[in-house]
Design a protein around this ligand. Structure first.
Ligand code: DAH
Length: 344
């Protein structure tokens, strides 16, 4: 054995190690290159036959060769282990994307989209959002809102009663105004809140009425709130929701829970105020009611009407939707015709 032989042996081994693919190949190469039957082992066992000086020299050379081969094996082992770990992870990766090329994705219903946008507009003005139950007691829907029993204004609301408790004591709320009472009972002023939700009335569906519809109620209670605050708020809301150029106006009206009360109109979306058939040539469309909170409503929830004042409003969300999108029949919103729904 000569030194060049050993060097060739190492070069050869390193080359094979570098080309070994996979942990199993590295392991068997390790046995072949370093094991009992390896060339290195054979060379080592031949050392005994050498003269002492030459043996020492050759021994050193063999040790160095073995160290280089061991090191190369360790490096290669780390590389193939890492490569294997990567490919295992890659194989185990879950592809969670769903590709359904032939099916359309659904989306939120137009009314839900409108409700979300309305909430956003008011949240942007610093309001909180509250909700209340759809099945209500007579107290919340009427009594606390200053409709005593047999008050004629109750006839404005074609109430659906539930067979629960005493006759006519439980009902499907006819408006979102009962949530005002619940919010006031649960918190202390100042209050700046909107309360969206479903309402029910005994009504036959037609182009401008649905027996099940949506309202968004607003309630502000603070010190020194005036009708001017109400008008300014509604005007800001109109522009934020419908866009620049839309104005609002208030017309005197009557609700038991506000005094004074008003109807709230906005510029007709169809004729932009010029007057057309939809708006009865007035240039205005009615959106809902509003007014200054009646002192009796404050008394019903234990607020002192001398200290607190406030305004409230209630709009039909479905109406706002059809106005905003120029739809001519409320029933489109509930007939579930996908050709209609897909457009929004
Ligand atoms: N609740 C009334 C309705 O559905 C609308 C309304 C009018 C709500 C005046 C209010 C208000 O909060 O102040 O007819």
């Amino acid at each position: 054995m000569t030194a060049p032989d050993v060097r060739r042996l190492v070069t050869d081994a390193l080359d094979r190690i570098a080309r070994a693919e996979g942990p199993a190949a590295v392991r068997s190469l390790e046995a072949e290159l370093l094991g009992r039957r390896s060339q290195l082992a054979t060379l080592r066992s031949g050392l005994g036959a050498l003269a002492p000086e030459a043996r020492k020299e050759a021994g050193r050379e063999l040790n160095a060769a073995r160290a280089r081969v061991e090191e190369a094996l360790a490096t290669r082992r780390a590389e193939v282990d890492e490569a294997e770990r990567r490919s295992r992870l890659e194989a185990e990766r879950l592809d969670l994307t769903e590709v359904v090329p032939t099916r359309r994705r659904g989306h939120l219903h137009l009314v839900t989209q409108a409700r979300d946008r309305l909430e956003d507009v008011f949240v942007g003005m610093g309001y909180t959002v509250a909700e209340g139950p759809e099945a209500e007691s007579d107290w919340y829907n009427f009594e606390a809102l200053n409709f005593p029993a047999d008050h004629p204004a109750r006839a404005m609301y074609d109430t659906l009663y539930l067979e629960l408790g005493a006759p006519e004591s439980t009902l499907l709320r006819t408006h979102t105004s009962p949530v005002q009472v619940r919010v006031m009972e649960a918190t202390q002023p100042p209050i700046y809140s909107v309360m969206p939700g479903r309402c029910y009335r005994q009504d036959t569906a037609d182009a401008s009425h649905l027996p099940n519809f949506h309202q968004i109620e607003g309630l502000v209670v603070d010190r020194h709130i005036t009708l001017g605050d109400l008008a300014g708020t509604l005007d800001a809301f109109t522009e934020a929701y419908f866009g620049p150029g839309f104005r609002s106006r208030l017309r005197p009206s009557y609700f038991p829970f506000t005094e004074p009360s008003a109807e709230f109109d906005i510029t007709c979306v169809f004729c932009k105020g010029d007057g057309c058939r939809t708006c009865g040539r007035t240039g205005w469309l009615e959106l809902g009611g509003c007014g200054m909170v009646h002192p009796n409503v404050f008394r019903a929830v234990g607020y002192d009407p001398e200290t607190w004042s406030g305004f409230a409003f209630g709009f039909g969300i479905d109406r706002m939707v059809i106005m905003r999108h120029g739809i001519d029949d409320l029933r489109e919103l509930v007939s579930n015709d996908v050709r209609f729904l897909r457009q929004f």
